[in-house]
Write a protein that binds this ligand. Structure first.
Ligand SMILES: Nc1nc2c(ncn2[C@@H]2O[C@H](COP(=O)(O)OP(=O)(O)OP(=O)(O)O)[C@@H](O)[C@H]2O)c(=O)[nH]1
Ligand SMILES: [Mg+2]
Length: 283
């Protein structure tokens, strides 16, 4: 019987490991992970079905968008709040190495206005002794509205069973929202575009990666089951083009190889990736 449902938002500052966690929970790469800040731009949904329960996870952009008064209404901010509104509970992730009570409190108080169940998750526990976080737990517990605390390592998949058990227990009678075979709202085209954006984030610094879009124009499964993919890197401003190409095309070649390898790993097939750098809206 498919009759229980729970929806969970993964919220937290940039780089705390939200996308790593959704990938580990779903068991596949559906959201890209990077050491740079503000990697995730769109809301990404991951679906996990366990017996009669469907668990829906929303991966969101970093929570700096929650409070930012300068951003009145952007797609990112709207996505973030939409995820929170639609959730039955919030997993608020903390990078255990970068605990900052005041910063975290700002987010938590804002989220708590919606009276959602808030669960604190200390991530990156592979890098720190368990005892270090005890005073943090105490401090946050004193806020009076935190439902529970978990310690995990999203990267090394530690502590995830406890999260699943908690969610299974809290799921309530409701119709499933997705079919049994769906694991994400994002398709292979989206993920392959994201691999290229991620490679650009890796090899280029400063504002360049945040001022472009990757758009797919060909996604074809060839007779030998290889994948042929063509993508446009669309720039808002063409002055970035030489930076992306690099000297003698060195940088774009590195981006192409890195993305091609990543897509091949995720799709488990050989990939031929072609990239072209164009001005936004150029055909
Ligand atoms: N050691 C360790 N590193 C982790 C863990 N979880 C995530 N990371 C690393 O932290 C960095 C950021 O991870 P992401 O998953 O991209 O973080 P995010 O919260 O989605 O970041 P934004 O999308 O920018 O908001 C990456 O380099 C990850 O490999 C963990 O459990 N342990
Ligand atoms: Mg992310």
């Amino acid at each position: 019987m498919k009759n229980k449902l729970i929806r969970v938002s993964l919220i937290g500052k940039t780089n705390v490991g939200k996308s790593t966690l959704i990938n580990s929970l779903i068991g596949e790469t559906i959201s890209i992970v990077n050491r740079k800040i503000n990697t995730t731009e769109e809301m990404i949904i991951g679906i996990s079905n366990i017996e009669d329960t469907q668990i829906i996870f929303y991966d969101t952009p970093g929570s700096s968008f929650l409070n930012n008064q300068n951003i009145i209404k952007t797609k990112i901010k709207t996505n973030l709040w939409e995820a929170i509104y639609n959730s039955d509970c919030i997993f608020y992730l903390i990078d255990s190495l970068k605990y900052n009570f005041k910063n975290i409190c700002e987010d938590l108080e804002k989220i708590n206005e919606l009276k959602k169940t808030i669960i604190i998750i200390f991530n990156k526990m592979d890098l720190i002794n368990n005892r270090t976080i005890l005073p943090y737990v105490n401090e946050l517990n004193n806020l009076g509205f935190i439902n529970s605390f978990f310690n995990i390592s999203a990267k090394y998949k530690k502590g995830l069973d406890e999260l699943f058990n908690f969610l299974k227990y809290r799921a309530v009678k409701n119709k499933w929202l997705y079919n049994n075979n769906e694991i994400s709202n994002k398709d292979d085209v989206f993920i392959s575009n994201e691999c290229t954006r991620n490679a650009i984030l890796k090899f280029l610094h400063k504002e360049v990666p945040y001022n472009l879009k990757v758009r797919n124009i060909v996604f074809k499964i060839l007779k030998n089951r290889n994948l042929k993919i063509k993508q446009l890197i669309e720039l808002k401003n063409l002055r970035y083009k030489p930076i992306i190409l690099g000297k003698d095309g060195k940088t774009i070649r590195k981006i192409r190889m890195n993305s091609q390898n990543e897509i091949a790993k995720i799709m488990q097939s050989k990939v031929h990736l072609y990239l072209q750098v164009v001005k936004f809206n150029d055909k």
